[in-house]
Design a protein around this ligand. Structure first.
Ligand code: HEC
Length: 119
């Protein structure tokens, strides 16, 4: 009477539930990182930690507020940080890490989103 069918069935049920829980935790943590999101408002949640909910902050007094900036200027700044990668030290490194995973389209969409903040 080591494995009677009933116990084995219960075991498999438990196994399925555990697998389900693990995959739930895994996928939700993926979304929480924001890296996989292509939605500007989702991406900007990460930016808002330093730049403010409406881009009104100066990010440790190092940046111009993003609020009110033109799309082209935002795209230019973001690409500058993206391209500077890890070549430069200090604060630029902070921004480089924020934007180096974004593609051209995401940067454009994000810039359009930011340019409308607070209006
Ligand atoms: C950890 C804090 C932090 C986060 C998060 C962050 N930034 Fe920044 N950002 C900075 C700092 C600091 C500077 C100034 C960098 C410098 O000039 O060396 C800056 C500068 C900028 C500038 C240039 C502003 C100007 O005109 O002076 C833009 C545009 C910008 N960030 C956009 C973004 C976007 C878009 C995101 C999200 C994808 C983001 N930032 C996330 C800290 C942050």
């Amino acid at each position: 009477m080591f494995f009677n069918i009933k116990d084995w069935g219960e075991l498999m049920k438990l196994h399925t539930i555990i697998l389900l829980l693990i995959s739930l935790v895994f996928t939700s943590s993926l979304y929480a990182r924001g890296e996989t999101s292509t939605i500007p408002s989702e991406i900007f949640k990460g930016c808002a930690k330093c730049h403010g909910q409406n881009g009104e902050n100066t990010a440790y007094g190092r940046a111009e507020p993003l609020m009110g900036q033109e799309v082209e200027d935002l795209v230019e700044s973001i690409n500058f940080f993206k391209e500077s990668e890890f070549g430069k030290k200090g604060v630029i490194l902070v921004m480089s890490k924020q934007v180096n995973h974004l593609n051209e389209q995401q940067i454009e969409d994000l810039a359009v989103y930011i340019s409308k903040l607070g209006r």
